[in-house]
Design a binder for this molecule. Sequence first.
Ligand code: ADP
Length: 358
Amino acid sequence: MPKLTKESILEALKLINYPGFSRDIVSFGLVKSVRIEDGIVQVAISVSTPKPEIPAKIKADVEHVLRQVEGVEGIQVGVSVQAAPKAPPSHPSPAETKEKAEGVKKIIAVSSGKGGVGKSTFSVNLAVALYQELIERNGSAKVGIMDCDVYGPSIPLMMGVSNRPEFRDDKIIPEENFGIKVMSLGLLAEDDAPIIWRGPMVNNVIAQFAQSINWGELDILVTDLPPGTGDAQLSLTQNMPVDGTVVVTTPQMAAASVARRGAMLFEKVNVPILGVAENMSYLMNEATGEKQYIFGQGGGEETALALNCPFLGGIPLDQDIREGGDRGIPIVLSNPESPSSKAFREVASKILEALQSA
Ligand code: ADP
């Protein structure tokens, strides 16, 4: 059994948001002490609010979360309420976050529980497919893609963009290709040296990055997050008004369960899950039209079912998708009539529908 530590308890408490906010009680500095003795966990929390339901909700949430931590045998939660009512410290209100992305109508975050599911490839083709869908529906489209993958920013390569971006009035001006505005942390890095970020740095980098870009007017901004379930996801939702997340997974059940965990974090910060898309779903035998499910079947649908959200569709495993990424011309552009491109268009169309009701 893993040893209970203050750190593991704090990690668990980070899952709890201050009621009505997308920021957790630990980063708000509300957790004053954590003590552990013989499996009994004592947590002291201090809030300043005139509303009695807030301490009650936090206490119930803490008890609920800690009950699920392995090794916890007893829980004592004390919530003290300060007399002077103050707004929770330094968190932007939803209205303030909205202001930060002025001009951007909708923001979607593409997420995955783990790396290597083809999330960046998916994001790039999704951005282009959304662009095409919007053109078809409205006659015009303004789409951007923001690569927040601090660990391996590959979007510039896949979008054929390599220039260092310009700064104007202290803001970064995104590059543009194929009518899509592109900004990536990779375009800001000094050289090819690998960038190594630790959790708290990821937080700061994404926060600053998100606030420094002048997107102008956009119908939709697609943001590609690093894989995982932690800092990057929270940081983005705290710094941009994210309208919904799209979860990318592969058909294997193991990948699907990781994706599920990743997505739950978005639910905790009140970002709706627009749906689950499955990448590398099947290999198409072009001669016979037969689909070969080489990675298994059903992971995407299973994930959607578990998350109670729509299944957006499957994208085939296709050499042309990979080559499009390497060449910097997404397949949706280079061969819009291919089955893979049509699959991306279908996903994009479902996302537009989901966004309307989000
Ligand atoms: P992630 O962002 O999840 O790390 P990438 O998008 O970088 O993954 O994809 C990893 C590799 O898999 C890349 O070489 C990419 O071209 C390839 N790839 C992704 N999706 C597909 C697909 N549907 N068919 C073929 N190759 C794919």
